[in-house]
Design a protein around this ligand. Structure first.
Ligand code: BG6
Ligand code: MG
Length: 213
């Protein structure tokens, strides 16, 4: 029986997928690396360093470790500049209701975000108190699509993975959920999400009753 729902943050609860995308795009333009929407889509859900490696696939020169570190920091500064202005109005429509309805149905609730900015963002959105467990992204060794982050969330909640449902907007995130042995709900219209168990247009369409009865 379903006992827990594990949410991704960026692009599921917070309207930040576009902010990450814009920050990477700005960096790509500044260093003269080609960047398109398909690249941005592949970077979704992937941690900061993994995203940079995807961006640099089309670089015309090699970057050493020190330079890569500086580039990742630069992107993060652009991102932080934007979310400093964030408030509850940047919750995606229906996100808070989705969490509340899952809790009302007796579910435990966790957050499985690859973002090391997640705690700050939860504070800014005013929803830090809604989760029974928040994964510490800094302690996750293998980025989505590896199952580690969703397995950590299940462990943190004390629920078996097969009694968990994961909610994601990224292909790498859906892969991670499925590899963890959980049911996957994807939100969004990307063709890359077709392997999820359930595909919803947005988080406002999430209805916990469909999975508990
Ligand atoms: C994920 C986003 O949630 O977090 C990615 O989907 C982002 O776009 C990743 O790269 C890492 O975030 P941060 O905030 O630690 O750089
Ligand atoms: Mg996401």
């Amino acid at each position: 029986p379903l006992k827990a729902v594990i949410f991704d943050l960026d692009g599921v609860i917070a309207d930040t997928a576009v902010v990450h995308h814009a920050a990477w795009k700005q960096l790509a333009e500044e260093i003269g690396v080609a960047f398109d929407d398909a690249t941005g889509e592949r970077m979704k859900g992937v941690d900061r360093r993994g995203s940079l490696d995807i961006l640099l696939e089309r670089a015309t020169r090699a970057y050493d470790e020190e330079e890569k570190h500086a580039l990742a920091e630069r992107k993060n500064a652009y991102y932080r500049e934007q979310i400093a202005q964030f408030g509850p109005q940047h919750l995606l429509p229906g996100a808070q209701a989705a969490i509340a309805s899952a809790r009302a149905a007796g579910m435990k609730i966790a957050l499985a975000s690859a973002s090391r900015n997640a705690p700050l963002l939860l504070d800014r959105l005013g929803i830090a108190g809604l989760f029974d467990y928040v994964v510490d992204a800094g302690r996750i060794a293998r980025s989505k699509p590896d199952p580690e982050i969703f397995l950590d969330a299940a462990r943190g909640l004390g629920v078996a993975p097969h009694d968990c449902l994961g909610v994601e907007d990224a292909a790498a995130g859906v892969d991670s959920i499925l590899a963890a042995g959980m049911a996957a709900v994807a939100v969004g219209d990307s063709p890359a999400l077709a392997h999820a168990d359930v595909l919803l247009p947005n988080v406002a369409a999430f209805d916990i009753a469909q999975y508990t009865t």
